[in-house]
Design a binder for this molecule. Sequence first.
Ligand SMILES: *[C@@H]1O[C@H](CO)[C@@H](O)[C@H](O)[C@H]1NC(C)=O
Ligand SMILES: *[C@@H]1O[C@H](CO)[C@@H](O)[C@H](O)[C@H]1NC(C)=O
Ligand SMILES: *[C@@H]1O[C@H](CO)[C@@H](O)[C@H](O)[C@H]1NC(C)=O
Ligand SMILES: *[C@@H]1O[C@H](CO)[C@@H](O)[C@H](O)[C@H]1NC(C)=O
Ligand SMILES: *[C@@H]1O[C@H](CO)[C@@H](O)[C@H](O)[C@H]1NC(C)=O
Ligand SMILES: *[C@@H]1O[C@H](CO)[C@@H](O)[C@H](O)[C@H]1NC(C)=O
Ligand SMILES: *[C@@H]1O[C@H](CO)[C@@H](O)[C@H](O)[C@H]1NC(C)=O
Length: 301
Amino acid sequence: MLQPPSAFAMSKTLALIPILLVSLALPLLAQKTIPARILIYSATREFRHDSIPTAIQALQSKASSINVTFDDTEDQNQFADDILAGYDALLFLDNTGEVLDDEGKAAFQRYLNLGGNFIGIHSASDCLRNTTFYERELGAYFDYHPPLQNATVNVIDASHPSTSILPAQWKVQDEMYNFKSDPRSVGAVVILSADESSYNDPGPRNFDQGTPHPTAWYQEHGAGVENGGTSGRSFYTSLGHLNETWQDDLFMAHVLGGITWTLQSNTTRAFNSSAMVGNTESTSTSTNSTSSSGPSTESGS
Ligand SMILES: *[C@@H]1O[C@H](CO)[C@@H](O)[C@H](O)[C@H]1NC(C)=O
Ligand SMILES: *[C@@H]1O[C@H](CO)[C@@H](O)[C@H](O)[C@H]1NC(C)=O
Ligand SMILES: *[C@@H]1O[C@H](CO)[C@@H](O)[C@H](O)[C@H]1NC(C)=O
Ligand SMILES: *[C@@H]1O[C@H](CO)[C@@H](O)[C@H](O)[C@H]1NC(C)=O
Ligand SMILES: *[C@@H]1O[C@H](CO)[C@@H](O)[C@H](O)[C@H]1NC(C)=O
Ligand SMILES: *[C@@H]1O[C@H](CO)[C@@H](O)[C@H](O)[C@H]1NC(C)=O
Ligand SMILES: *[C@@H]1O[C@H](CO)[C@@H](O)[C@H](O)[C@H]1NC(C)=O
């Protein structure tokens, strides 16, 4: 590419064309060749859902359809800076109780500060009950649920990829969770709401979870981040109790829509080559490509 100065001056306009093409094409290539990598964490210290293996298998079977790779673990020692840094999102699945030690929580907090994304499913709202950053990143802690039964869940915001594919009144067989606070109080947008007239809940309700009754929500900027950090996205759904649920196409579309939306925070390497966390598996070529496209930034301005 190096040319004598005189030749460069004469063909300056022509020389810019391939540089511009390369600089336009590389970000697109990078997005396609680096699959997002997500860590599924399903550790439990109290109640254990027997649907956890079914859920992991269902997610794995859909991974390539949304261009992600899933790793799954129940080992709290995976919550270390160097390991978490390789993930575009952490997916908490059906956890209960104190599933991280203090070091793990600190690494998790730093991951969120670096732009990491969070996804929580079902009893992910029933773990780390004394951990304020987790409560905020999640949106609200689980309080109690009435017995498993059939219920109707209303789509109250169909503009989100996790709800746009659902019927406006979605009939489910699941646990209708109640929460200890209103997720809207930390900035969450509630997108699914339990229709309380469609099922029986004897209570008692000891907390104000807001109305309409929150069942799934998202946060554009996960509230678990510390001041000065880069916030990723957060998505939570309280559904997903039964094996059968994880074999249901609508439920899977709901979860997969939530995952793909979360990754589009663009704060991780899946969609941001300068991000601080996310998959690095395919970056060997893009690292070289990025550096060779360096001069185009100068020429372009
Ligand atoms: C759910 O599936 C798992 C296997 O993945 C099985 O061990 C468990 O018994 C199933 N639960 C019910 C209630 O059938
Ligand atoms: C996955 O990647 C393929 C090829 O790179 C692309 O055509 C497709 O649109 C992507 N799918 C999603 C859901 O991002
Ligand atoms: C959480 O805090 C409550 C109230 O302070 C305390 O009773 C409980 O033991 C704590 N749980 C854990 C796991 O630290
Ligand atoms: C509850 O829903 C399931 C399917 O989701 C259905 O098979 C069952 O018949 C329903 N039960 C009642 C009592 O309506
Ligand atoms: C992330 O990038 C995509 C593709 O450029 C864009 O459509 C989306 O709006 C971006 N998301 C955010 C939060 O900026
Ligand atoms: C990409 O990541 C860098 C470094 O974290 C950040 O400064 C930038 O805002 C990110 N871009 C987007 C679109 O989020
Ligand atoms: C960049 O390319 C060179 C030569 O092709 C190679 O030796 C080097 O390992 C590559 N760098 C990375 C980070 O992969």
